[in-house]
Ligand binder design. Structure first.
Ligand SMILES: [Fe+2]
Length: 388
């Protein structure tokens, strides 16, 4: 049996990574060339304001660059809307913004990337780029990404996922120019994240590890990162369920999230991430909530095409060797139950006829998932997940 992944590969990490507790000050001092004159912080606000994280960041920016103007746009929601980014662009008019800092969960980081485009193109052109999927321009403003949850890995990815409620679209801006110039991964920001969000965003880390491991584009290097990330998630999330104030487990989750950001950029995800987007766009539910609702049935079917890999994943999650699809599904359900984040598609979308419409709204590259070759598999997974 083949155990070594012989796919040829390139692996590119153009973003400068700063990692560690209280690394923010050092990072800002070293990135003065990027943060100059006038900077816009794009954030989801709320808890970051409540716990003083936002004010501390502003103070540190001013300390490292004393003459700088710092502006804050904090009206970004959990499923960032194109209209919110357009508002951020309007807010920034005549402020001569030279760089963008994304500060928050994946929503804030994605909105920051889109704002970095919109500030040079204008709002109308940003909308055109979003709708047509064209590349963001070369002169996009430089971005520094400071994640405050361990989840999306957006700090190292070249994508920005936005929703357009009026058109029922959830889609991405993609391109090398929206890759952050620097990622400041400071686990201290995650210390105040409540348990439920910690578990849900942690499940997103697991999903990135599982999907980039199963991906057609996977290679020996990315698989090594996946194995490490899944083992970390398995131990650290269970530890955080036990003690939400365990700072070492928090740092481990930040690390796992970050290394999966590398895989998101270089490998890409599988069907669950493609399938969650229409669910999120339709219902406004969180990215992780949709993934959790879809995962058991996806794992069930995925086992049939790649049993050895699914078995490895369950082993790294500390379960027994899996010998059929039913066992694989059972274990992923068990893990979701252990984290206390169970969700079903029927709860998210009570009306069956809306579920029947979902498959038509799935966009993006499906070829990264071997399972996608099976006829009607997307519709089947949606319907089976709804009937759970
Ligand atoms: Fe994700």
């Amino acid at each position: 049996m083949k155990t070594f992944n012989t796919n040829p590969f390139q692996f590119n990490i153009p973003t400068k990574i700063y990692f560690g507790e209280n690394i923010t000050e050092t990072a800002l001092n070293q990135e003065q060339k990027i943060i100059k004159n006038s900077v816009l912080i794009v954030t989801t606000g709320r808890s970051l304001i409540k716990y003083g994280h936002l004010q501390r960041l502003i103070d540190l920016i001013k300390k490292s660059s004393p003459n700088i103007e710092v502006y804050v746009y904090d009206k970004i929601s959990n499923n960032p809307e194109l209209s919110e980014v357009k508002s951020a662009v309007a807010f920034s008019k005549d402020k001569n913004i030279k760089s963008i800092i994304g500060f928050g969960g994946g929503s804030a980081l994605d909105a920051a990337k889109a704002a970095a485009v919109g500030l040079v193109t204008g709002a109308d052109e940003l909308e055109r780029i979003f709708l047509n999927g064209t590349n963001p321009p070369e002169n996009t403003l430089p971005i520094i990404a400071i994640p405050t949850t361990a989840g999306t890995g957006s700090e190292l990815s070249k994508g920005a996922i936005l929703s357009d409620k009026t058109r029922h679209i959830k889609s991405g801006l993609r391109g090398e120019t929206i890759l952050p110039k620097a990622a400041i991964v400071d686990p201290v920001y995650t210390w105040t994240v409540p348990e439920h969000i910690t578990m849900e965003t942690g499940f997103d880390v697991l999903a990135h590890a599982v999907e980039t491991y199963m991906a057609v584009k996977s290679n020996a290097y990315s698989e090594m990162l996946c194995e490490q990330a899944i083992k970390i998630v398995s131990a650290a999330l269970r530890q955080l369920k036990n003690d939400i104030n365990d700072h070492e487990a928090r740092a481990q989750m930040c690390f796992a999230s970050m290394i999966m950001g590398l895989n998101l950029k270089n490998i890409g995800t599988c069907l669950p991430h493609r399938m969650q987007y229409p669910v999120g766009a339709l219902t406004g539910t969180s990215h992780a909530a949709g993934l959790i609702a879809l995962y058991p049935k996806w794992i069930f079917h995925e086992y049939k095409v790649q049993p050895t890999k699914i078995s490895n994943i369950m082993k790294w999650l500390n379960y027994n060797i899996v010998s059929n699809s039913e066992e694989a599904e059972k274990y992923i359900r068990q893990f979701i139950d252990e984290l206390g984040i169970k969700n079903t598609l029927k709860v998210i979308i009570p009306q069956k006829q809306q579920v029947d419409e979902l498959a038509k709204r799935v966009t993006g590259n499906m070829a990264n998932d071997l399972l996608a070759n099976q006829p009607n598999i997307v519709d089947t997974i949606y319907k089976e997940s709804w009937s759970d």
